[in-house]
Design a protein around this ligand. Structure first.
Ligand SMILES: [Zn+2]
Length: 178
């Protein structure tokens, strides 16, 4: 086996190769080189293909890590929202927790108006006690409607905050992907 003197493509340092050598790594600059035998001449070439493949692999690993990080962040935000929304829920008729809706507030408001009219009719027919009772209930229904609407507002605001946080994370992920 003949020892050949070559020089590194990167830094020019001398390299020892035999006629069998196909690949060599420079001890000085750590460049990976391909030994190219062409007839009687031998030269070294940067082993670019290998580097490129490695760089591409690294890039796709980094992309995967970014993707996982985004998924993790989203599930964190979702978990926080799950805890938060419990606090914004209201007690239903049988005490179970439920999402406050505007529909509930509307039903209560309509009931309040019905009670006002009912009370008015009681007054007209001279039944003052029923009339006052109906108006008292109307006030209660109206207050409940306002409380219900405020709860629905709070819930809706919290839901939008959660949605925006999610959107920001996704937007950030898209930005860093480019
Ligand atoms: Zn070198």
């Amino acid at each position: 086996m003949k020892i050949m003197s070559l020089s590194c493509n990167g830094c020019g340092a001398p390299l020892d190769a035999t006629s069998e050598t196909r690949f060599i790594t420079c001890q000085v600059c750590e460049a990976r080189l391909q030994v190219v035998h062409e007839g009687t001449t031998v030269r070294t070439e940067d082993f670019v293909a290998d580097e490129e493949v490695r760089a591409l692999k690294l890039e796709s690993v980094e992309e995967e890590v970014d993707e996982l990080r985004t998924q993790l962040r989203l599930s964190e935000i979702d978990r926080e929202w799950e805890v938060q929304r419990q606090e914004y829920m209201v007690a239903g008729e049988s005490g179970e927790k439920m999402v406050p809706t505007y529909a509930g507030a509307r039903v209560l408001a309509v009931s309040a108006f019905g009670l006002v009219f009912g009370g008015l009719i009681c007054f007209l027919v001279g039944n003052l006690d029923f009339g006052l009772a109906a108006w008292g209930l109307a006030i209660v229904a109206w207050v409940c409607a306002l409380i219900n609407r405020a709860s629905a507002d709070r819930y809706e605001e919290a839901r939008l905050r959660h949605r925006n946080r999610r959107r920001d994370v996704l937007r950030e992920a898209r930005k860093s992907a480019h």
